[in-house]
Write a protein that binds this ligand. Sequence first.
Ligand code: GRF
Length: 212
Amino acid sequence: MIRGPRARLAVLLSGRGSNFEAIADAIDAGSIPHAEIVAVISDTPAAAGLEAARRRGLPAFLIDRSRHSSRQAHEREIVRVLDEAATDLVCLAGYMRILSPEFVARDRGRILNIHPSLLPRFPGLHPQKQALDAGESESGCTVHFVDEGTDTGPPVLAARVPILPADTVESLSARILEAEHRLYPAAIARVLEGLREGSGDAHSDVHRNRGK
Ligand code: GRF
């Protein structure tokens, strides 16, 4: 369920923030209808995405992981911000910390992540290099619900890109990133549609809608 007229999104990031910017652009362009970003949270002060959020006039929060004694304490602070912002959906966009099972359980079906491979192939770190090393002829990106595992939750949407013979990690990563910027907004729009249908369980909505 979504409580208000506009879905309230939080974006969690640790770095560049290009996916965050793609989501914000898609909202501005109306391609994620009836949605707004109500919190951009970074766990590191160096994240360029944090500065981009400030430039856009969006509520930006630095919750510095190095200033908290444990993951639990760090997440407690994140949860406080999410609660205060009354978020409907949490979008991980280059967020480089594994969420605890307690965090996942609290918002199950309402946390998305984007990963630069065709999951379940190549979860974890350096998926572009993993795909090249495996001699694949294609790769891509996947938006999935977050569960307790690393890049293991139910997929929402995926996009394929070719791997060319001359590809390097850099060239392949750039091709995948372009696809990510289209895929993440589309996946968010789809999940919000499911949440609006009112079952309150975006997970099963997406599964039900598959193949339609
Ligand atoms: C993206 O490749 C995303 O798939 C992965 O981390 C990267 C984040 O890039 N999870 P950006 O910070 O959104 O530019």
